[in-house]
Structure formats: structure tokens, C-alpha cells
Write a protein that binds this ligand. Sequence first.
Ligand code: CMC
Length: 428
Amino acid sequence: MPDTLTITDNRTGKTYEVPISDGTIRAMDLRQIRTGPDDFGLMSYDPAFTNTASCRSAITYIDGDRGVLEYRGYPIEQLAEKSTYLETAYLIIYGKLPTANELEEWTHNITYHTFVHENIKKFLEGFRYDAHPMGMLVGTVGALSTFYPDARHVDDPDSREMQTWRLIAKMPTIAAFAYRHNRGMPFVYPDNELSFAGNFLSMLWKMSEAKYQPNPVLERAVQVLFILHADHEQNCSANAMRSVGSSRSDPYSATAAAAAALYGPLHGGANEEVLRMLTEIGDKKRVPEFVKRFKSGEGRLMGFGHRVYKNYDPRAKIIKRTADQVFEITGRNPMLDIALELERIALEDDYFIERKLYPNVDFYSGIIYQALGFPVEMFPVLFAIPRTAGWVAQWREMITDPEQKIARPRQVYTGARGCTYVPLGERG
Ligand code: CMC
């Protein structure tokens, strides 16, 4: 049987044969289907891209029905158990696990780009004391483009490499500075002797001690959370990164757009909303009442449901296990009991079963972040730091893909046409 699709246009009676490859047809192959010479040709209509592949990608594989997630072919469970965040970032960006030398060089390059220009401090100080740290992150990462004008040279592989190091290295510094600004605390400079996660904790929590020593269990928990959040194929923020980057703007501006997309409560802001929701529920006994509300459309059960996963999000499983290790050090977060009860009731409820709504990555991550001492506003920032590796990988893949062009969707126009301008005084 040929790998083709035969389409009959009942308007004209004509038949067309279009090739199928990788389970897709090319939307441009529909354009030949026309009713006459004045017809623009058939388009596909897909609001929110629910069934449209916008690129070919070799970075992250998801099987949403089976709950499978792999970075470059490596199962997330193995990486969360055995890898470090920087090694995983290397894998995601370069497509293979590094050798010992490559890892050392990569770690060195990231570690030696963690400092930010002193003016970035002044820039951050310009924000109000209660500015949302995610808003500060979005603004500040965008501002990096003014510090590194060479980043415009997106077609130069050396420039791309340099911006890759800078972006991954500076995100934790900006994030920690945003946090310290909110708290009215002095900024703590990076400590190059610590690991990527350890240094981040030092920049957040260090006070008057000469050297901050992270608790190894908590440091590892942060590494695991960073690994789990490193990439997730064509999600809303990756799509923003690719779309903005496709106009050949610099990667800092594109990352600001990606972080802005992540900020929203339906994406990376969901972890913040989960904690607000759990706090509002307040007691296990009130869970059934809230589940009823979510079913009636009064709000959503935040941290549940996913566009791609129609099964338990594998990241949520790992996070649940990590929570137990964290709680041994920090003490149990009472929010966990409410979350477990919510999960239990929702997973037995027909509404959630029929719609295949399961806990996603954001359901349990906030409970750990809170136990670690983070205010809820920092949760999306904690998502953005590791996701930078994914954004950069998606951007690099897009820039070097000969099939890609400036992202520019079509529309179905539904507005008025041919109106005649009426002067202000003559309008009714
Ligand atoms: N609570 C209650 N009902 C829900 C939920 C939920 N969390 N999620 C989906 N539904 C219902 C929705 O009302 C719809 O019902 P119906 O068919 O009767 O209209 C059905 O399930 C399908 O939902 P959808 O909105 O068409 O699905 P989507 O693929 O467009 O949305 C989602 C995916 C993640 C935006 C959505 O599930 C949601 O809003 N979840 C809560 C927010 C959340 O946890 N986001 C984090 C996602 S994972 C991490 C990340 O991407 O950053």
C-alpha cells in the first residue's frame, strides 16, 4: 500500500493524492486543492496547534498515552536517578552524553559565566520591593541582550555557543538576585566551587557565614527537580522560543518570550497556583467540596491534566518520591496530605477518568519547593532555570534546521471588509 492519502474534493469532484511521511501530511500539500483559479487553496485550521507538528525534533520524546518521557532517547527515570543537571543539559543540547573531558569543560564553561554585569544589579534594584520574581526574570533576561550585542549573530556557531553558556549560567544568578531583592537582602555572588544546584542555594540562602554548605540531600533534590524540568518538547514556552527566535532575534530576547509564556498559570505558573489552591482548601475534609467545584467548571484542579499526557506524568511520580527524601530533612509539609487526598478522589472520579486527567509535574513540585523554604512566587522561576537548557536546545535546533523559516501562521479572517472611513463628527 502506498504511503499516501487520497482526498476527494466534493466541491469539484477532483481527487488528489498527497504523501504521508512520519504519520503526517504536509499542510502545504493541501494548497493545491482549489475550486478555481481565484481560490487561495485549502488550509488546515488548528487553533492552539492541537494536531499540528510545527517542526522535526530529535530532542525530547513523549508518549503521552503510556506516560513515557525521554531526553535524546534516555528515559527520564534513569537521568533523574543517575545524572546531574549540567550533564543532562549537555545531553539535551548536544544530543549525546558527554565524555569525562567534555563534561569537565562544559561544567567549567558554565561555572565561569555565572556572574552578571554589575549594572544588572542596578537594573534589578529598579523593580518594586514586591515585584513578582518571574516578572523580574523575564525583564532581566531580555535585558541581557543589551549587554551582549554579539548575540545578534545567530548564524555564527561560536556566538550560539557563547550565548548557550551565558544563558544557562546566568539564569540562576538572576533568579537568586530577584529573590534577594524581594526579601530586601544583599545579593550573594556565585560561588564557583559549588555545584550548579549548590551555588544556586548559596546565592539564595547564604547569610554571614564565610562559605555556604548546602545540605547534600536538598542539593540533590534540587538537581532532580532541575533534571525533570529541563525540556518537554513543543510546549507553550518552547514554541514561543522557536517562534520569536525564527525572526532571527537574539536568544536573550527569545528566552524572555519563552519565560513570559512559562509565567502563565496554565503552564509553569501552575505550580504556584497549586499551592494557592491547596492553601485555600486548607483541610483534607474539604477536598470533595472542591472537586465538585472543579467538575462544575468553577476553577480548575491545578496541577492536573496535560495536552500530551493522557496518563500519569512520569515526572510527577519521581517528584512524589523526591518529596519523601526532602521531608526527612525539612519535616513533612502538611499540604502533602491535602494533595494526596485530592489525587485519590480525583483519580476515582468519572469526570477525571473520562477526560484522562492525571497529576502533572506541577502537582507535587510546589509542595517540595515550599518545604525547601521558597515563597510561592518563586515556583515558576524554579521551573524557568532548568528549562533554559531546553529552550536553548530547541532554539539551536530551529536555527540550524534548513526547513524552518520565520514562524508565521495563517488565519481565517472573520472581520468586516471594504468599509468607508466616516469622519468623527459624522459617526452615529
Ligand atoms: N481541572 C478540571 N478540568 C479540567 C482540567 C483541570 N485541571 N484540565 C482539563 N480539564 C477538562 C476541561 O474542562 C475539558 O473538559 P470538557 O471536555 O468537558 O470541556 C477537558 O478536560 C479537556 O481540557 P482542555 O482544556 O481542552 O485540555 P488542554 O489540552 O487544552 O489543556 C491544560 C491542558 C494543562 C492547560 C489543562 O489540563 C489545565 O488547565 N490544567 C491545569 C493547569 C496545569 O496544571 N497546567 C500545568 C501543565 S503541566 C506543566 C506545564 O506545561 O507547564
